[in-house]
Design a protein around this ligand. Sequence first.
Ligand code: AMP
Ligand code: MG
Length: 390
Amino acid sequence: MITFEQALDEVTKQIPSLGTERISLADSLGRVLAQAVVSDIDMPPFDKAAVDGFACRRADLEKPLQIIETIAAGTVPLQTITEATCAKIMTGAMLPIGADCVVMVEQTELLPDGSVKILNPKTKNNIAYKAEDIQSGEVVLQSNTLIAPQHQAVMATVGSTEILVYKKARVTVFSTGDELVEPEQQPEQGKIRNSNGLQLVNQAGRMGCEVRYGGIIPDTAADSERMIREAYAWSDVILLSGGISMGEFDFIPAVLQKLRFDIRFQTIAVQPGKPTVFGRSGDKFVMALPGNPISSFNIFELLAKPMIYRLMGYAYAAKRIKFPLAVDYKRRRSARLAFIPAILDEKGVNPVDYHGSAHINALSAADVLFEVPIGTTDLCKGDLVDVRFI
Ligand code: AMP
Ligand code: MG
């Protein structure tokens, strides 16, 4: 049995990144940059008004100013500001030559003769200066950035409309177990519905993977071998759930070995999720997750996610933040690092009602998992715990 830290190290070290491809900016959400993005312009490209108001000379702020022009955003000023003159200017419009400040319209008064009185001669400049945010030729996004809408805004600004990204990981998801029927079916006696299949398909799907659902593998070595073999060629990653414990029909580890996966670990000191198999065969990876739905969800988040993101060029590391427990927390055994579902609110970390890893709806209201370290059974209200969002 290895520790969680060792397992995390194993699933993130020496993971080759997939190839790259060129895509359009519009299709780039959730993809990972394979190249730095460089700006082709200064931002702002010109000195511009940061407020709606009057562009004028600071030296003239005590005088009534004569309006010589109205400058709309997107137009080029035609006049130069000289003594005791100003231009009406809109936010984002080019500053006219001669002006060194923009007085907010709220801090001015229009006089009956059509001139403008400045009510606040101590005004800020209210100018966004050319290149104060970005200089032409500057790197605005580093390679290996996971693209979110805010990054798309940056790329749109610098005209990066065709970008180089890492390919999507191809992930095949299998469920295993003769007790499983698909959700559309009414389970007969002794059967339950397959909940891990859809859960894992979409945990991988929301990371931007290309996912195929391979179905339910019956509990025989022959079926396991055949179905995994069929998925092998297309997949970068095969995710399985169930079939890896000590039961008489838990064939998966032996089958993976037979298929020449190099099994890197089979048990980890994590709760839930002790039986977790990770193997690799060249550039192909397999992770077999424990069958109980909370375990398979957690281990996907804890280990499959960092591994798959590496393949896609992104060095994902869950943000762990310390928050105080809102209540006392106790557990009986302490041999494993536990990840407990909880709601995070202004009082702190509130463990949800949780009967164990088969308690399918325990995660429904949870925002976070908090850690209970190895060797710890009792935590008190107010103790700081490591929390990660799910
Ligand atoms: P196993 O590791 O195959 O013994 O499975 C452990 C527990 O998880 C058993 O109670 C299974 O019925 C349950 N289980 C396994 N796979 C699934 C699944 N895909 N959906 C729901 N429960 C599952
Ligand atoms: Mg099973």
